[in-house]
Ligand binder design. Structure first.
Ligand code: PHE
Ligand code: FE
Length: 288
């Protein structure tokens, strides 16, 4: 999910009514499998001690270290046995209602293409490496798996309440760019971080970004940038707590309240924030 500027309003040729396509694993070339292996090797070396325990466990139990782009059937079998989720292929970004319907029914949609060897570090649209390496290990965790399915139902509800702007920020700052405070220290679990060579260091080690304790309303007020490292990360105390806070809160009155509050720009710190690291913003300032 992100900006849906290039989303069609009907499934493209060859796609089913729910926008899925056969993964057709055999169509990937040796060169494409090598891109996966190169990306995998880089991240696998970097993530121990940086990624959350739940993420690392998922990588292991799903056997994602097997060489080559994963076969979704095999992956879905493993995932289904653990948390009831499946991975299905789509041609690219899909409309929000389609995305939420799959998610509410524990189907994770993954792009059926991989970046080129000259795009290892950055890519605007989510490819199979981001979608599978970044997202799927967390789906092997029962609590996170429940969170994402509940999010899908929340998305369907938010569509009817015209509140996707707020709910989308929750996705951004948890599923995509979340940090967690584990007993051993801060760890990353957001897929946009764990699938990025540069941001998996920046998010934890750099002095530039703010790291702020997660607060639901605060997160839903906060703008985000999709084209560079984040200037704010929000830190959850545990996945149980994230699930509890989001599932036990009725978002409808919250959306109404949010509509009356100003949005918070990316690098702003509010007086009520519980700041874990006050960022220098040196990185963001240097980009200007
Ligand atoms: N509780 C939310 C609502 O009332 C639904 C939700 C659950 C959203 C979990 C996100 C994550 O809409
Ligand atoms: Fe993503």
């Amino acid at each position: 999910m992100a900006d849906d500027t290039h989303v069609l309003d009907h499934p493209p040729e060859g796609a089913a009514a729910d926008w899925t396509i056969p993964q057709d694993w055999a169509h990937f070339t040796p060169e494409e499998h090598r891109v996966w292996d190169t990306l995998f090797a880089r991240q696998a070396a970097l993530l121990p001690g940086r990624a959350s325990n739940a993420y690392l466990r998922g990588l292991d139990v799903l056997k994602l270290s097997k060489p080559g782009i994963p076969d979704f059937e095999e992956l879905s079998d493993r995932l289904m046995a653990l948390t009831g989720w499946q991975v299905v292929a789509v041609p690219g970004l899909v409309p929000d209602d389609v995305f939420f319907d799959h998610m509410a029914n524990r189907r994770f949609v993954a792009g059926n293409f991989i970046r080129r060897a000259d795009q290892l570090d950055y890519l605007q649209e989510p490819d199979v490496f981001h979608d599978v390496f970044g997202h799927v290990p967390m789906l092997a965790d029962p609590v996170f798996a429940d969170y994402l399915a509940a999010y899908g139902r929340g998305g369907q509800r938010a569509l009817g309440l015209d509140a996707l702007k707020y709910l989308g920020r929750l996705y951004w700052y948890t599923v995509e760019f979340g940090l967690i405070a584990e007993p051993e220290g801060l760890r990353i679990y957001g897929s946009g971080i764990v699938s990025s060579f540069a941001e998996s260091r920046f998010a934890l080690d750099d002095a530039s970004p703010n790291r702020i304790a997660f607060d639901l309303k605060r997160v839903m007020r906060t703008e985000y940038r999709i084209d560079d490292f984040q200037q704010n990360y929000f830190v959850i105390p545990s996945f149980d707590e994230l699930l509890r806070l989001t599932v036990e809160t009725d978002f409808a009155p919250l959306y109404e309240e949010l509509a009356r509050l100003p949005d918070v720009p990316v690098a702003t710190v509010l007086p009520e924030d519980q700041v874990l690291t006050l960022g220098t913003q040196a990185y963001a300032l240097a980009q200007k």
